[in-house]
Ligand binder design. Sequence first.
Ligand SMILES: [Fe+2]
Length: 197
Amino acid sequence: MIGFKSKMDVSTPEEIFLEINNRFIGAIMMHGQFADYFDFLGLRGYKNLHEYQHLAESIERRKVCRYYINHHNALIKEDFSGEVNIIPDAWYTAKRLSVGKSTKQKAVEDGFLEYHNWESDTKFVYEKYAQKLRETGSVADAIFVEKLVEDVSAELKTVERMISDLISVGYDMVYITEIQPEIQEKYNKKLKGIEVE
Ligand SMILES: [Fe+2]
């Protein structure tokens, strides 16, 4: 369960970057928890996907902070107040091998739905912020935020393709299990290619 909402009645770069920073904190928490979620389920491809997003978005958040400090000569306030609880409470007292097939199947479906909702909300929110910045003449800031829109849009496309495939096979556990090595390999390569500027 994710309890977090970005404020939409914001207009200054200061307010908008504060909201973006908070959303990044939520996103990084979410991806980290999803990495554990899928690791616990023994789905290593999905685990690697979230491991990668966790790291990539941490680096991206550093860029957001650096951009704001260097282009506005001020700090972004950090006041994240939300709830990010991806892992069901019952899992904390369970052991990996006691998780049955139907629980796993449901967890994949719920997990991808939650992930998709988050990314789709993020795209919507960043698009509105970029638009607001353009309207108020903060063009450089708008260009920076538009780049974030591009990144989230690419991530969303990937999630949607994966969900579409999952729907096609009716969340079949054989398919889900067999697809893991390919996804694991793909994100292993991406993890190795991460560059910290
Ligand atoms: Fe993400």
